[in-house]
Design a protein around this ligand. Structure first.
Ligand SMILES: Cc1cc2nc3c(=O)[nH]c(=O)nc-3n(C[C@H](O)[C@H](O)[C@H](O)COP(=O)(O)O)c2cc1C
Length: 163
């Protein structure tokens, strides 16, 4: 059975909801095992053992979040050359932008020679003030359903071997 690994970090809950929705979509495919893990808990062995990936990160200070960066820092070289052509998708939660986090993530996945198989999703919370930025987030149902569809597409593609 193929394994889809969903790695995420979330400070105020938005990215977590996106990752959980992707996992719920993936779980509808019985032919793929789905693992939803925080960046902090994910090891190079977890990455090597999976067949496809969804990386979900906030954009913080025009970059992927520190814990996602730490995950990639720890896993990049142990996994380099072992992941070539495996499929992945990216989920970004941002206040107003998200493009730099996506660009940075794409550079890392290009280095790993992963294959992007779904359009990246950037969800904007439109939080602008310090108070709203630091408040718990509720992501809209339409935005979450896009994440669910991406999770289902990755899991189905893995099960069918079409990537
Ligand atoms: C320290 C910090 C820096 C941030 N920097 C950015 C940024 O550069 N661009 C942006 O669009 N949003 C930025 N945000 C807003 C977050 O991306 C937004 O609140 C999002 O909901 C975070 O995802 P999370 O709820 O999973 O933590 C920042 C938030 C924090 C706490």
């Amino acid at each position: 059975m193929k394994t889809l690994l969903i790695v995420y970090h979330s400070l105020t809950g938005g990215t977590r909801q996106m990752a959980e929705s992707a996992a719920a979509g993936a779980a509808t495919e019985p032919g793929t095992r789905t693992r939803l893990q925080t960046a902090q808990d994910t090891t190079p062995e977890d990455v090597l053992a999976a067949d496809g990936y969804i990386f979900a990160t906030p954009e913080n200070l025009a970059a992927i979040s520190g814990q996602m960066k730490d995950f990639f820092d720890r896993c990049y070289y142990p996994c380099l050359d072992h992941l070539n052509a495996r499929p992945y998708a990216a989920l970004i939660c941002a206040g107003s932008d998200g493009q730099n986090a996506l660009r940075q993530l794409t550079r890392i996945t290009t280095g790993w020679r992963l294959k992007q198989v779904a359009d990246p999703i950037i969800t904007l919370t439109h939080a602008q003030t310090p108070e709203s930025i630091l408040s718990p987030k509720t992501i809209s149902a339409p935005a979450l359903s896009r994440c669910t569809e991406t999770g289902a597409a990755l899991a189905t593609g893995l099960a069918l071997g079409i990537f």
